[in-house]
Design a protein around this ligand. Structure first.
Ligand SMILES: Cc1cc2nc3c(=O)[nH]c(=O)nc-3n(C[C@H](O)[C@H](O)[C@H](O)COP(=O)(O)OP(=O)(O)OC[C@H]3O[C@@H](n4cnc5c(N)ncnc54)[C@H](O)[C@@H]3O)c2cc1C
Length: 441
């Protein structure tokens, strides 16, 4: 968002933690609707300063990560008013604490309070009371203000300018999507390891009880999620391999992926939690706890529903008849999902093509079959839009069960291939009887 003048001044002290940054976009009254931001910034040409103000309670910055206790500086999103004309939302750097951690004059800060998870992050609120900052603190990669107060931007269309402002947020969404995959892997590694040592019920009297993962229902609940996780693992490569030509596409794609992968993460953690029975509820077994830590992924950096279906709809679309709007939204969401599923498959196929013939390629092929089949089984759009008949759907369902039994012998190797260190797993992933023995009380 900034340019060389910001990079030269801020990068180094940020890396050495002299500057502890936070990101203040959301307000009490406006989260998804960033353009509705009420914080207002005006320019004073006589001093060469911007003046940032919180005009009302709903304009207080809210949920700002790292800000309640520690941050010294913030990137604050605000309406920019120049010579009485509102130029839309812009971002500025503002200092909120001094080097000793004291809150700066013209700044008020409060904690957001205890949350259902992620309490290691101090989310806070900020009020700006006509805070003055230097003109150079405007992050000016898209627009600038000259010393004498002229608004300058090569992008004249406000919609396009706003899109350009938000484009750098792509990396945040990609990071969340990638981190969701890591968390998903931890949940699956724990639940599948447990299901390979936990037994329940004997089929015949005096025979050993059956391993959980030998039950078709247990395979059905975990193995398709495992395949989806494998298939989605390579999506981050779209970002890693981005080019100047592809960056616009990556920006759009990152919204859908953030939504699809974080939903997958939460769904998988819930299933893993239940698949571990009562042990899933113990904090030391991580799975349940990870759910509350990562639930927020569905909301921050853009609520998932907005990211997948509604994001970026111009206001004129939102003004049409509610019934038509409802139908259009559902189609948009279906298309968003279809697009993401297709992208997952394509990136996976690209990786698979690079693997030489052998056992690894066979295992990856099996996972791909499971991924495509489970998407067909779970997404009613295929029936709704006539791509599958009910007979086809019945065949697909049978195929899922068949693939589950084919994947079952590979389950442990597949989760081991995630390479998760033992320290990140849980007692139930190992010898849970020893871990719970009287001697360890
Ligand atoms: C723990 C945590 C950390 C955060 N960290 C930061 C941070 O560091 N910096 C920062 O700036 N923000 C941060 N946020 C804020 C986060 O980005 C916002 O909460 C998020 O963008 C959603 O905004 P909102 O809470 O105002 O919800 P709203 O925008 O009010 O949305 C509420 C619900 O309404 C739905 N909705 C909204 N508009 C529409 C519509 N047009 N049609 C249909 N449905 C709609 C949404 O899908 C959502 O389900 C954080 C939030 C949390 C919880």
């Amino acid at each position: 968002m900034g340019t060389k003048r910001h990079h030269d001044k801020w990068f180094k002290p940020t890396e050495t933690y002299e500057v502890k940054g936070c990101f203040a976009m959301t307000e009490l009254g406006h989260g998804s609707n960033v353009r509705g931001t009420e914080t207002i910034t005006r320019y004073d040409a006589s001093t060469g300063e911007f003046i940032i103000n919180t005009p009302c309670e709903s304009a207080q910055k809210y949920w700002i990560g790292g800000e309640a206790n520690h941050a010294t500086h913030t990137v604050v999103f605000s309406q920019l008013e120049i010579n009485g004309v509102n130029q839309g939302v812009h971002a500025f750097i503002a200092q909120i604490r001094d080097e000793n951690g004291n809150i700066c004059p013209n700044i008020r800060i409060a904690d957001c309070g205890h949350k259902i998870g992620l309490n290691g992050v101090d989310n806070g609120r900020i009020w700006f009371d006509n805070l003055r900052i230097p003109r150079e603190n405007l992050l000016n990669s898209v627009a600038d203000v000259s010393p004498d107060g002229q608004y300058l931007s090569a992008i004249k269309d406000p919609d396009q300018r706003f899109a350009a402002f938000l484009a750098p947020l792509t990396s945040g969404r990609v990071t969340i999507a990638a981190s969701a995959m890591n968390t998903t892997k931890v949940g699956l590694a724990i639940a599948i390891s447990y299901s390979l040592s936990r037994r329940a019920f004997s089929i015949t009297p005096n025979e050993p009880e059956v391993l959980l993962l030998d039950y078709p229902s247990h395979q059905r609940r975990l193995l398709p999620l495992l395949a989806k996780t494998f298939a989605s693992n390579y999506l981050k490569m779209i970002y890693v391999k981005r080019t100047p030509e592809s960056i616009k596409t990556v920006h759009v794609v990152s919204s859908a992926l953030k939504a699809v992968l974080t939903w997958h993460c939460m769904r998988t953690l819930q299933e893993c939690r239940e698949a571990c029975g009562g042990q899933g509820l113990k904090t030391e077994n991580h799975v349940g706890h990870l759910k509350s830590e990562y639930d927020v992924q569905l909301t921050f950096e853009g609520d998932n529903k907005m990211q997948l279906g509604l994001g970026g709809w111009p206001s004129r679309v939102l003004c049409v008849d509610p019934f038509i709007l409802g139908q259009t939204y559902q189609i948009a969401e279906d298309l968003g999902r279809a697009f993401s599923d297709r992208l997952v498959l394509q990136t996976y196929l690209d990786v698979e093509a690079t693997i030489p013939t052998g056992p690894l390629k066979c295992a990856l092929g099996l996972m791909r079959s499971m991924y495509t089949t489970i998407v067909l089984d779970e997404d009613a759009s295929f029936l709704r839009y006539g791509y599958l008949s009910t007979d086809n759907a019945a065949v697909v369902r049978k195929e899922v069960l068949k693939l589950c039994s084919e994947l079952r012998p590979h389950a442990l190797s597949l989760v081991s291939s995630f390479g998760i260190l033992d320290a990140f797993l849980a007692p139930i992933a190992f010898n849970w009887v020893d871990a719970n023995a009287w001697s360890s009380v």
